[in-house]
Design a protein around this ligand. Structure first.
Ligand code: HEC
Length: 295
C-alpha cells in the first residue's frame, strides 16, 4: 500500500472519529449555530420536558385544524378517505378491528404535541407555531371527548392531562410470563420413527379452531368477501362490523387507482396474476386489511 493511500485511510478514520478536528483542517463545515440546534431540538417528553412556552384553546384549534388539517383528517378529526382517523375508537382496542386514535390508543399527550409540531401538516412540516400546536392539541382532546369546548391548553397545565389509555402500555414482560412456558424439558418418549410424513392438512382434518360463527378462529368479518364480490356485499359487511364502513371506503379508494394503473397491461397476464393473488388474498387477508385501514 502506498504511503499516500495509507494516509487517506488514516485520515478517513480520524475524520470519522474526530470530525471537528478534521473539519477545521480541511476547511469543511462549521459548528452549528444555537438557532440551528434549537430548530431541530423540538422533542417533547411525557413529563413535559421540551414544551415551548405558549397556549391555545379549543376554538382557535378548531379554526387552525379546519384550515391546515381537515382536508385530510376531516373537520372533526374523523379521517377522510384513507387518511388517519384522529378521534373516536374508545373501547375498541380489543375488537377484531381496533380503531387506534389519539383518544383510544395514545398513552401520552406529549406525543400529540410533538408529532403535530414536528411533522404535520403532511408535506409542510414545521409550519405550525407553538401556540397553534397547543390549540390543535386542545381541539384534538375536545374532538376525542376529553375536554370541554372552553378548554385552553398551555405549557403550564399540559401534564395535568392523563390520556385514557395511559395504563394500556407496560414494559415487555414476556421473559417472565412466556419464556418459561417454552423452556420445559422436551418429551423424548414414544417418538415416531423416521422423518415425519405429511398426510393431511389441518383444515381437512377439521382441527382448525373455530369461532362461534363457524369460521376459522380469528377470521376478520366479511369485508374480504365484500371486496371480492362488489358493492352489494360491502354494504352488508358495513352493517355487520362497526368499522367496516370505513374499511369499505378505504378499499374503494385503494381500488380506484389500481384499476387505472392496469389499463394497458396485458390482459392474459393480469388474469394469471389475479388467480395466483386470490390464494394470497385468502391466506393473508388480515394483513392486507390492516395496511389498507391504517394508511
Ligand atoms: C395532506 C394530508 C394531511 C394533512 C393536511 C395533515 N395530515 Fe396529519 N397525517 C397525514 C398522513 C398521511 C399521516 C400518516 C403519516 C405516517 O404515518 O407517516 C398523518 C398522521 C397524523 C397524525 C398521527 C395519526 C396516527 O394515529 O398515527 C396526527 C396526530 C396528525 N396527522 C395530525 C395532523 C394535524 C394536526 C394536521 C394539521 C396541522 C395534519 N395532520 C395535517 C396526512 C395529513
Amino acid at each position: 500500500m502506498s504511503k499516500s493511500r495509507k494516509f487517506l485511510i488514516a485520515s478517513a478514520l480520524v475524520s470519522v472519529l474526530a470530525t471537528p478536528v478534521m473539519a477545521e483542517k480541511l476547511g469543511l463545515g462549521r459548528p452549528a449555530l444555537p438557532e440551528e440546534i434549537e430548530a431541530w431540538d423540538v422533542a417533547v417528553l411525557p413529563d413535559g420536558t421540551g414544551l415551548p412556552v405558549g397556549s391555545g384553546d379549543v376554538m382557535t384549534g378548531d379554526e387552525v385544524f379546519a384550515d391546515k388539517c381537515a382536508s385530510c383528517h376531516g373537520d372533526f378529526a374523523e379521517g377522510l378517505d384513507a387518511w388517519p382517523v384522529l378521534a373516536g375508537g374508545q373501547g375498541t382496542l380489543r375488537d377484531v378491528r381496533p380503531v387506534k386514535t389519539i383518544g383510544s390508543y395514545w398513552p401520552y399527550l406529549s406525543t400529540v404535541f410533538d408529532y403535530v409540531h414536528r411533522s404535520m401538516p403532511f408535506g409542510s412540516a414545521q409550519t405550525v407555531s407553538a401556540d397553534e400546536a397547543y390549540a390543535i392539541t386542545a381541539f384534538l382532546l375536545y374532538s376525542n371527548g376529553l375536554v370541554e369546548d372552553d378548554f385552553e391548553l398551555s405549557n403550564e397545565n399540559f401534564t395535568e392531562i392523563v390520556m385514557p389509555n395511559a395504563e394500556g402500555f407496560y414494559p415487555d414482560d414476556r421473559p417472565v410470563t412466556e419464556y418459561p412456558l417454552f423452556s420445559a424439558a422436551a418429551c423424548m418418549e414414544n417418538c415416531a420413527e423416521g422423518a415425519p410424513k405429511v398426510t393431511k392438512r389441518a383444515i381437512e382434518l377439521n382441527v382448525t379452531p373455530e369461532d362461534p360463527d363457524g369460521k376459522p378462529a380469528g377470521t376478520i368479518p366479511a369485508i374480504f368477501a365484500a371486496a371480492d364480490a362488489g358493492t352489494a356485499s360491502v354494504t352488508e359487511a358495513a352493517a355487520e362490523a362497526p368499522a367496516a364502513e370505513a374499511v369499505a371506503e378505504a378499499v374503494e379508494a385503494a381500488e380506484a387507482p389500481a384499476a387505472d394503473a392496469v389499463a394497458g397491461a396485458d390482459p392474459a397476464l393480469v388474469e394469471a396474476g389475479e388467480k395466483v393473488f386470490k390464494k394470497c388474498f385468502t391466506l393473508s387477508a388480515p394483513l392486507t386489511s390492516i395496511s389498507i385501514v391504517t394508511h
